[in-house]
Write a protein that binds this ligand. Structure first.
Ligand code: GDP
Ligand code: MG
Length: 166
C-alpha cells in the first residue's frame, strides 16, 4: 500500500444565474488508499465508525465561513482508478481543463506516519511548483491541517474568481 502518497484536490465553479450564491465542486483525485475518503469524511463531519456505511460514490455538501464570507463546497469522493501518480493526474487535468485554469491543491496526506514517510516535504513543495499549484501536508488520522486544506481550497477558488473579475 502506498503510504503518504498524494491526493490532488481540484475545484471548479458553478454559479447560479443571479451570481449571488456560488457553489463550488471539489474533486478528490488520487491513488487508492491515500486517504481521500478519510479527508472527505472529516469535511462532512462523519465519524470514523460510520464511515464504512459509505461505499462507492459519495458527494458531500457543506457551507464554510472563510475570512468572514460563506462558500458552499460540494466535495466529490468519486475517484477510483488504477494506480496513477500525482504528475499523471496533473497532466490529465491540464489536458481536460486547459482553458479553465482551475485551482489545484496538492495534498500530502498521512503526515503522522513519520517513520514511513515516502515523500519529503521539499519534494512535495517542488512538485507543487512544477504543477503550478498549492501544497499542503495533512493527517486525516490526527485531523491535522484538514480544515486548513478546505479553507485553502476556498481561498484558491476566490483568488481565481477575483482575478477574473478584474
Ligand atoms: P482512499 O482510498 O483514498 O479513499 O483512502 P481511505 O480514506 O479509504 O484511507 C485508506 C487507509 O488509510 C484507511 O485505512 C485509513 O484509515 C488510512 N488513512 C487515511 N488517512 C490517514 C492518515 O492521515 N494517517 C494514517 N496513518 N492513516 C490514514
Ligand atoms: Mg475512498
Amino acid at each position: 500500500k502506498s503510504i503518504h502518497s498524494r491526493a490532488n484536490w481540484s475545484s471548479d465553479s458553478e454559479s447560479d444565474s443571479s451570481g449571488a450564491e456560488c457553489l463550488y465542486r471539489v474533486v478528490l483525485l488520487g491513488d487508492h488508499g491515500v486517504g481521500k475518503s478519510s479527508l472527505a469524511n472529516i469535511f462532512a463531519g462523519i465519524q470514523e465508525k460510520d464511515a464504512h456505511k459509505h461505499i462507492g460514490e459519495d458527494t458531500y455538501e457543506r457551507t464554510l465561513t472563510v475570512d468572514g464570507e460563506e462558500t458552499t463546497l460540494v466535495v466529490m469522493d468519486t475517484w477510483e482508478t488504477e494506480k496513477q501518480s500525482a504528475s499523471e493526474l496533473r497532466i490529465q487535468l491540464r489536458r481536460i481543463r486547459q482553458a479553465e485554469n482551475i485551482p489545484i491543491i496538492l495534498v500530502g496526506n498521512k503526515s503522522d506516519l513519520v517513520r514511513s514517510r515516502e515523500v519529503a516535504v521539499e519534494e512535495g513543495r517542488a512538485c507543487a511548483v512544477v504543477f503550478d499549484c498549492k501544497f499542503i501536508e495533512t493527517s486525516a488520522s490526527l485531523h491535522h491541517n484538514v480544515h486548513e486544506l478546505f479553507e485553502g481550497i476556498v481561498r484558491q477558488i476566490r483568488l481565481r474568481r477575483d482575478s477574473k473579475e478584474i
